[in-house]
Design a protein around this ligand. Structure first.
Ligand code: KG4
Ligand code: ZN
Length: 337
């Protein structure tokens, strides 16, 4: 494995236009993220058409910045890794088309990266000593899944959400409470002032390692509506803390069960919701209590970025897994595809 190889990573699956330069598998030379969050905030969520158009405007300046920050030239790039799914199709196509064009113009290999696998790989950048096998809990805006990661290129999907992703539930509840988009960090902040045991929301009941958050989301929304109709004063901090505790109970319960049943002693948290302070603290404490090793990415690598895409791309390339020049975007890719 060439440890000096330079990988350009490109990420445009949702509302972040990102490019990064990696040397070898784990050394970040640059990591540029241009977020569109302020643009989408007034709509209360990501507007796909606006996201695609903004990616088109941002993509080349972001790549130029990544090259400049890394103190290299574009021609120093040895290979190009790009997110090809899952995500918003119009947004993904901007990254995929740009990567294909650069790969053709520079005559460099192209690597098609699964965004969810990328989230797991963010951990390799934050923890140079980390290696598979381990159990990974991915919790993002669009996905919640448990993966038994056996090698760098072998992902066994143990369970996933049957309806809403954890982040989606955070965002929806925050929106109804009148908090700005994205709601996850807002609920996280508000919950710190609330009592997590104040309200007993129903715990999701799903067999195996699957998750479900739509029932819980509806229960919280009903609670808010009924209280409002009765004219009761709502303690938003208690609602946020109690909802968050219920989500975390469900995530942690399944994760610990899976680690036990599959004999895995390292747990790796990944995805945007991994930035949640209570989830991180409780999973860390639970792992310590049971003698399990716990890993999670530094905050900037939790949410969408291109360094994690370049990292995943590096390990795919080392395995000879390159993309053809007719690469398309796949909005519904699952983590083990
Ligand atoms: O992984 P990500 O950046 O994008 C997707 O691939 O979906 O995740 C974004 C999600 C959003 O739903 C956002 O509200 C949530 O991650 N999020 C959080 C926190 N920070 C971001 N959720 C809970 N607590 C946080 N601190
Ligand atoms: Zn993501």
């Amino acid at each position: 494995m060439d440890t000096k190889i330079i990988t350009l990573g490109i990420e445009t699956s949702c509302d972040e236009t990102a490019a990064a330069i990696l040397r070898g598998g784990r050394e970040i030379l640059s990591n540029v993220i241009s977020t569109q969050i302020p643009l989408h905030r007034k709509f209360g969520g990501v507007v796909p058409e606006i996201a695609s158009r903004r990616h088109i405007v941002n993509i080349m300046p972001v790549i130029d910045q990544a090259i400049e920050d890394a103190h290299i030239k574009l021609t120093d790039v040895d290979q190009i890794a790009v997110t090809y799914g899952p995500g918003l199709v119009g947004a993904l196509l901007v990254g995929v088309s740009t990567a294909k064009t650069l790969a053709f113009a520079l005559d460099r290999p192209l690597i098609a990266v699964n965004h969810l696998q990328g989230h797991i790989f963010a951990n390799f950048l934050s923890h140079p000593e980390l290696e598979p096998p381990f159990l990974s809990l991915i919790v993002s805006g669009g996905h919640s899944a448990l993966i038994n990661m056996k090698t760098y290129n072998d992902f066994d999907l143990l369970g996933q959400t049957r309806d809403d992703a954890a982040g989606e539930a955070f965002d929806k509840i925050a929106r109804v409470m009148g908090l700005p988009y994205p709601g996850g960090p807002e609920i996280d902040k508000l919950a710190r002032q609330g009592n997590p045991n104040a309200i007993d929301f129903p715990h999701p009941k799903v067999d195996g390692y699957d998750f479900s958050f739509s029932g819980l989301k509806s229960a919280v929304l009903n609670y808010l509506n009924s209280a409002q109709m009765r004219g009761d004063e709502i303690n938003n901090a208690d609602v946020a803390a109690s909802f968050q505790r219920t989500v975390i109970d469900s995530l942690i319960g399944k994760t610990i069960d899976a680690a036990k049943n599959f004999g895995l002693n390292s747990i790796v948290l990944a995805g945007g919701v991994a930035a949640n302070s209570a989830l991180e603290a409780r999973l860390r404490a639970e792992c310590e209590r049971r003698g399990l090793k716990f890993y999670y990415p530094t905050k900037i690598l939790c949410t969408d970025n291109a360094a994690m895409i370049a990292c995943r791309g590096f390990y795919q390339a080392a395995d000879g897994n390159f993309a053809a020049s007719d690469l398309n975007a796949y909005p519904a890719l699952t983590v083990s595809d």
